[in-house]
Structure formats: structure tokens, C-alpha cells
Design a protein around this ligand. Structure first.
Ligand code: NAD
Length: 494
């Protein structure tokens, strides 16, 4: 049985708090235990991060970038190991786990450019012999609280940028799949990051509350479900912190009648069932603009029938189990709810049998889901794809825009004018045009609208750099002897 520790000041710390079980979702068996940090252990991590901050802040941009380049190289060489840890605790198939490592690595690569990213502006002679320039400085100790569904990628949306900007970082990963955090911590150390700059506290609400209330934690990045995102945002800001809290999602794919239905069906199946639908950018609802509904559902169903469900470490598997038994049962309950609300179950994933006690639920499709029903409105976060029939583009747009969430969405069409109209009119943060999962690249910023984001700053990209730094503007005047001044080189009063 593995025992998952904290990582504080460059070393594993066993911890004294409660323990939680870590399951292998493919077998249903407990594979290890994780310590839940107490408030005192969070204090210890913050103290280590505070002590490391002055020297790290003063480390030159070039040296910080060199550490990031080495971390990037180590991460690249440990892709497979990291993906294996993810697969064993989350359940996703190995290729999916490798995909999340690759996307996280891209943020590290983005952060390697920190000397360029932190360049300020300079205006000469804003007044006679007066110059003005801007600089950005780190905040201090910052924290990241992350969800189970991307145990490597989501933390890497945060810490490469925060650390590159000169902050020190405390990660509170999900207690469901905590092992990836420790491998990443040891890679940082091997890359030459000074002890205390990157710390990990394992745990649950107790650890989160301690971070949110700690006066030395200057900023909190959160990714998780909407109720907790709202709680973290409200509590963190009440304690005077800068907070960005990304919440849940319910992503729609609007399919216009002129779309290529084979392309749409492929996209709906990969975006609906990849990672067993446990992605915040997963497509959860297909809005079929009639008359294409029947034909599209047929094509989706024939593809779903060909999907192979199995353990994440079996190369033949295309979809793994769900993360916990409770979550599997909750997701499965939406099938009966959907039927009770008037939808038709066209593929029932409860019939999929893999064997063993894993947390299995096969891909499921609900057709004729009534707009506004619970199955349509609520985040299911599992392999249940709903199809809604709408009469027009306008009706589809209104279904999306009246929803609670605004994380991602996609339109499938061959009409450029319709696509352009959609990108302008839809109230969602990330939009795909014939792309089902439009996750922005590391050099753009990731984030939704409405109940998918509390705060106003998206993660990574230039917004990430902005979030982890504070701006200063300097106005300076230096006397020039040729203009009658004296003591060249000394500032005078403005
Ligand atoms: P979650 O909200 O249950 O947990 C997220 C984090 O909050 C974890 O670290 C957890 O330990 C902590 N936490 C849980 N309950 C808490 C409480 N009562 N008080 C304080 N902290 C608490 O989310 P999850 O189930 O791990 O992840 C799935 C959710 O994350 C989905 O809703 C999904 O849409 C969302 N998500 C969103 C994005 C995005 O970019 N918007 C990305 C990934 C996942």
C-alpha cells in the first residue's frame, strides 16, 4: 500500500492528520492512503514558502527560466511514469493521461519565456525630461487547489506561471488522485528549484480552509465544481486574497443542418466519452438543428457501440472507469432521471460489463432530452451524452445562453457566416468552430463565463502572468547639466 505524504521545504512530510483511501477505479480496490493536512501542517508549508520567497523573487529571470527549462526536460522524460500514476488513481486510459501531461508541459514551455513575458512598457519624455515605465512584481506565497479529473494538467495550468513570475507555491491536489503531485515535486527539486518554492499539502476541506484563512497566502487559484468554486472565491476574497476560481460546466455542441455529420458524430463521441466524460470541456449536450436529428443520433450510436471500455492500463481500452463508486452511481442515476423526464435512453451504459468491482459505466446516450430538464441543466460529469432537438440556430443559441454555465461550446457548420455570428453571440468563454473541445493553447488563457468562473482572470497565458503579479508604474526625472541641472545621476523631486 502506498502512503501519500505532503511535500514541504523540499522533502516528504508524513503528516499527522486523518487519512483517506485512494482507490484503483478499474479494480475498485484500495491502492493506498493519503494524509489530510491539518491547519498546523498548512502553517508549516506556508512558513517554508514564505522563507523561500525573498531569494526566489530576487533570482534573475534568466536563472528562473533555466530551472523551468530543466523541469520541462525532466517532465518530458517522465511522461510515461506520470501518466501511469494518473491512470492508476483516476482511471483514464494511458493515452488520455499522456495527453494531459502533454498539455501541462505546454504551460511549462510557455512559462520558460518568462523574461519576455515580464517585459514592461517604457515611455520616454512623458513630460520634459520625465520618463514613465511599468514593471510587474510577484505577490509572495500563492496557492493552487485542484480537482481530481486532471491531476497533472490543472496544477500545471497554475504553478509553472506562478513560480516563473517569482512567487512561491503551495499545491493542494485532489485527495482522490494525489500521487502525481509528489512526482512533480521531486522533478522540480531535480531541476534545481530551491527548497520551499514548490510545496504540496494533501487534504480536503480542512487544508483548503486553512489556506483560505492564512494571512500570508496572497492569492488562490482554484479549479473544481461550481459550489466549491463559489465558496473558495467568497471565502478567499473575504480574507483579502486575489482569487480565480474555475467551476463546473455543461457544454453544448450546436450542429447546423449543413454540417458534415460523420465529422460531427466522431467529434461528439470523442468529446462526450473521452476520459469517461470527466472533463470540464467534455461535450455533454448535442443540439441538433432539425431535420438532421435522427440521422445524427444513428451515426453517434453506431460509433458508441464500437467503443472499448476497459482498464486504463490496457492499450485496447478507449474509455476507463469513473473515479469513485459514489460518482459512478450518481452519474448512472441520471439515466433513470432522464427517462422519467421524458428522454429516450438510446444507449444504456449500465449494460456494459467489464468484470470485477471497478467503477464501470459504459457510454450512454439520451435522445429527445427536454430543454430545461434536470438532465439537460445539471452537470453530470460522466459518460452520458444528451441529444436535444431544436428547430433553428436561434433556438439552439438561446438554449446555450439561458444555461447556468459558460465554460466551453462548439458549433459544427460549413457556413462561415453562421460560425462568426455564433462566436459573437454565444455567452461562453471558450468556443470551438468544428472543434469539439476548444481548450486554448498555453499562450492563450483558459476560463469560462457565468457559473464556470468566479473572479475575472482566466488561467495561464498572459492572464495567468497578470494574476500572479502586481503592477507598478514609475515616473522618473533626472536632471541634465546641459539644461542647467546639477548632480547628474541623482533624482530630484518631481
Ligand atoms: P471538487 O469541487 O469536489 O473538488 C475540487 C477541490 O476542492 C479538491 O481539491 C477538493 O479537495 C476540494 N474540496 C472539495 N470539497 C471541498 C469543500 N467542501 N471545501 C473546500 N474544499 C473542497 O471537484 P472535483 O470533483 O475534484 O472535480 C470535478 C469538478 O471540477 C467538475 O465540476 C468539473 O467541471 C470541474 N472542473 C472544472 C474545470 C474548469 O476549467 N472550469 C476544469 C476541471 C474540472
Amino acid at each position: 500500500m502506498k502512503e501519500i505524504t505532503h511535500w514541504i521545504d523540499g522533502a516528504p512530510v508524513a503528516g499527522t492528520g486523518r487519512t483517506g483511501e485512494i482507490f484503483n477505479p478499474a479494480t475498485g480496490r484500495v491502492g493506498g492512503h493519503v494524509r489530510m493536512a491539518t491547519a498546523a501542517e498548512v502553517d508549516g508549508a506556508v512558513a517554508a514558502a514564505e522563507a523561500a520567497y525573498p531569494a526566489w523573487r530576487d533570482t534573475s529571470l534568466v536563472k528562473r527560466a533555466q530551472v523551468l527549462f530543466r523541469f520541462r526536460d525532466l517532465l518530458d522524460r517522465h511522461r510515461d511514469e506520470l501518466a501511469g500514476l494518473i491512470s492508476a488513481e483516476h482511471g483514464k486510459v494511458h493515452s488520455d493521461a499522456l495527453g494531459e501531461v502533454a498539455r501541462g508541459l505546454e504551460v511549462v514551455e510557455f512559462a520558460c519565456g518568462i523574461p519576455q513575458l515580464l517585459k514592461g512598457g517604457f515611455s520616454e519624455n512623458v513630460s520634459t525630461r520625465v520618463d514613465s515605465y511599468s514593471i510587474r512584481q510577484p505577490l509572495g506565497v500563492v496557492a493552487g487547489i485542484t480537482p481530481f479529473n486532471f491531476p497533472a494538467m490543472v496544477p500545471m495550468w497554475m504553478f509553472p506561471v506562478a513560480i516563473a513570475c517569482g512567487n512561491t507555491f503551495i499545491l493542494k491536489p485532489s485527495e482522490k488522485d494525489p500521487s502525481a503531485s509528489l512526482l512533480m515535486a521531486s522533478l522540480w527539486q531535480r531541476a534545481g528549484l530551491p527548497d520551499g518554492v514548490f510545496n504540496v499539502v494533501q487534504g480536503d476541506r480542512e487544508a483548503v480552509d486553512a489556506l483560505l484563512a492564512h494571512p500570508s497566502v496572497r492569492a488562490v487559484s482554484f479549479v473544481g465544481s461550481t459550489p466549491i468554486a463559489r465558496y473558495v472565491y467568497e471565502t478567499g476574497t473575504r480574507h483579502g486574497k486575489r482569487v480565480q476560481a474555475l467551476g463546473g460546466a455543461k457544454n453544448h455542441m450546436l450542429v447546423l443542418p449543413d454540417a458534415d455529420l460523420d465529422l460531427v458524430a466522431d467529434a461528439a463521441v470523442s468529446a462526450g466519452f473521452g476520459s469517461a466524460g470527466e472533463r470540464c470541456m467534455a461535450i455533454s449536450v448535442v443540439l441538433a438543428v432539425e431535420p438532421i436529428g435522427d440521422e445524427l443520433v444513428d451515426r453517434i450510436v453506431s460509433r458508441v457501440a464500437a467503443l472499448t471500455v476497459g482498464p486504463g492500463d490496457d492499450p485496447a481500452s478507449e474509455m476507463g472507469p469513473l473515479v469513485t463508486r459514489e460518482h459512478r452511481d450518481k452519474v448512472a442515476s441520471y439515466l433513470d432521471l432522464g427517462a422519467a423526464e421524458g428522454a429516450k435512453i438510446v444507449v444504456d451504459g449500465r449494460r456494459t460489463t467489464v468484470g470485477g468491482d471497478g467503477f464501470w459505466l459504459g457510454p450512454s446516450v439520451l435522445d429527445h432530452v427536454p430543454p430545461g430538464s434536470r438532465v439537460h441543466r445539471e452537470e453530470i460529469f460522466g459518460p452520458v451524452l444528451s441529444v436535444l432537438r431544436v428547430a433553428s440556430y436561434e433556438e439552439g443559441l438561446s438554449v446555450i445562453n439561458t444555461g447556468e454555465y459558460g465554460n466551453g461550446t462548439a458549433i459544427f457548420t460549413n457556413d462561415g457566416g453562421a460560425a462568426r455570428r455564433f462566436q459573437n453571440e454565444v455567452e461562453v468563454g471558450m468556443i470551438g468552430i468544428n472543434v469539439p473541445i476548444p481548450v486554448p493553447m498555453a499562450f492563450y488563457s483558459f476560463g469560462g463565463w457565468k457559473s464556470s468562473l468566479f473572479g475575472d482572470t482566466h488561467v495561464h497565458g498572459t492572464e495567468g502572468v497578470h494574476f500572479y503579479t502586481r503592477g507598478k508604474v514609475v515616473t522618473s526625472r533626472w536632471l541634465d547639466p546641459s539644461h542647467g541641472g546639477v548632480n547628474l545621476g541623482f533624482p530630484t523631486n518631481l
